[in-house]
Design a protein around this ligand. Sequence first.
Ligand code: GDP
Ligand code: MG
Length: 741
Amino acid sequence: MDSPLIALAGNPNSGKTSLFNAITGARQHVANYPGVTVERREGSYRRNGTELRLVDLPGTYSLTAYSLEELVARNVLVTENPRVVLNIVDASNLDRNLYLTVQLLELGMSTVVALNMVDVAAGRGIEIDCETLSKRMGVPVVPTVARNGKGKEELLQAAVEVVKKNVAGTPLCISYGSDIDPVLSVMADRIEKAGFLTGVYPARWTALKFLEADEEVMRKGREENPLLASELQETVDKVSLHLEKTLDTYPEAVIADHRYGFIAALLKSGVVKRKHETDRLYLSDKIDRVVTNRLLGPIIMAVVLYALYYFAFTVGEIPVGLLEQGFGALATLAGNLIPEGHLQSLITKGIIEGVGGVLGFVPLILLMFLGIAFLEDSGYLARAAFMLDRVFRIFGLHGNSFMAYIVGGGIAGGCAVPGVMATRTLRSSRERLATILTVPFMNCGAKLPVYALLIGAFFAENQAKIMFLLTIISWGAALLISRLLRSTILKGPSTPFLLELPPYRMPTLRGLLIHTWERAWLYVKKAGTIILGISIIFWALMNFPGLPEKEQAAFDASRQSAVTQLPEDLRTTALKGELPSEGLSEDAAQVREKLLAIDHEQAQAALKNSAAGRLGTFLESVTRYCGFDWRTNVALVGGFAAKEIVVSVLGTAYSMGEVDPEEDTPLREMLAKDPAWNPLVAFSLILFTMLYVPCVVSIVCLAREAGSWKWGLFGVVFDTTLAFVVAVVVYQGGRLLGIGI
Ligand code: GDP
Ligand code: MG
């Protein structure tokens, strides 16, 4: 027989993982839940010959299937039938944590409560009467300190006793008030009689989920018994309408209110004793009065965010510079070690420059994530999301979409990959999808080099203003597009902002480092592997098939004829391109110039003839409406791999066999001088880069998080069309009005 399964459930940061580690020690392994990127941590424990299996569920505040974590946690509870649920509860934040406990009990799970962090609670003068609490809830309550394993044995003892008794828990019934209770019992009756989903959930629970508009349960219900499902739905609609008319509220809010009411009742008359009044919550309230103030709030938020980016960019500058130099030195070294030819070019131009260009950003990203982790762990981001919820609601989004936008590059610098992953905190799948699809419009760190290049070349006098304008445009685009999506293909109601404001906490260094590391590692791993592959492919596309022999011969011939003016002994050196730039006679200097010009022309011709060049030329028939020539097209196609590549391809395209290798003309100056370019073209290209297809890594991540490749494809087609339309309108409009040409 399989050993009994014990599930650890609790709010995020309640100490689940600490307790899990304390119990299982090294006997554990980590995998992902099938099909989703939520970690599943499993382990085992042996006690007096009884073996127990343990699973550490994702941290959740609730068991509604609004977020991925909640869905995963709930599915384990109902499909794997754990014999006992160890519910880890943060004693210093008891009422909020018991919200989940109540739902576990409603689901009829055999529960043992671990009253964790009693040390923290004691430090704040909070004392909890476990015995009374246990009696009132009807489940064992054991005080623990997961950090040092205190109370672990007693807890396991309680769990083993529950396993031995082997009686299924009876689902807890709490009253939801005079509007909901009658409906709930009618619905539960119907469900019970029809045997509707009863193999999975208790009948009353299914009814509750219908009232809470739980999409997963409703979907399952429609599959099993469409008739009954629509009958239940009708009942729910009637109650909702009634509640809206009479109380201006909706079932979900009423249900939440009553759960909190139930918890308040559990805790009343002496279960919780406070020694001193200056409780942290009290202080939190005081801080909140200032921080979420209607006037001061937004100003503080702007300052905080500005400080975050200022911190990341100023501190990050040095290591980013060092890394760039390091990769440069590595490329030079490889260039010296490997003989000239395709291999050398592949390694230096394809691999080191491609991957280095991206890995160079790692320090910046680490710092940014560190700052964001600080804001998150301290509780500030919840406030920011809370304040913005009103605004976001207008656009069919949720306050929590804000986090995703910020991580995705909302202030400039960020990455759509973690941005898209940050949408996991969103509860409604439609709001989540709308956010996922619009996060890539933010100005991620990879777009910045493109902006920097073009702004430097054409808008040098207005750098800050243009950058500010671009930030506004990207937010405007994201919000408007999500409004569009939410009124068309993602139509549906918005979910209330249920997240309560957690008390402010001083983040622990360890917690910060772990959070930062988790995020940064994803970036390094995904970016590192995929970009390596794509860089190699692009290198090949830009180098093959090379020039036809005839043209090659023509270039060789013109080189030969150029060197005839030189004395015999210099000709071979000259043909190898090894003439020094100084100390030459006037004639020789002229020949050198001429040879460099020929090299340049040949490199350009080869690029144009390469697979990428031909594609770029082919695309010109469309892109000329937004002012792009074939080189820009190649760069943009490359940008599909990673947007930084736009800059490096333009660099290659314009400087291949640079006019004088010893006299680095910055690409910026080359573009500024080139007749094909002007501020209007540059602006049109900036907008195109901002809006067009997200990079490959983001697409992969987007498709995975959205749950279907169709959404990935949608992103590709929709974003590129949008970018094209915007670029054409701007370019043609600008030409018509004579701006920037
Ligand atoms: P999870 O998110 O529920 O898995 O929580 P973790 O196990 O990662 O714990 C979150 C933080 O709380 C960590 O920094 C732990 O060291 C800390 N922690 C966990 N249990 C206790 C406890 O009983 N007392 C104290 N003081 N800290 C704890
Ligand atoms: Mg954990």
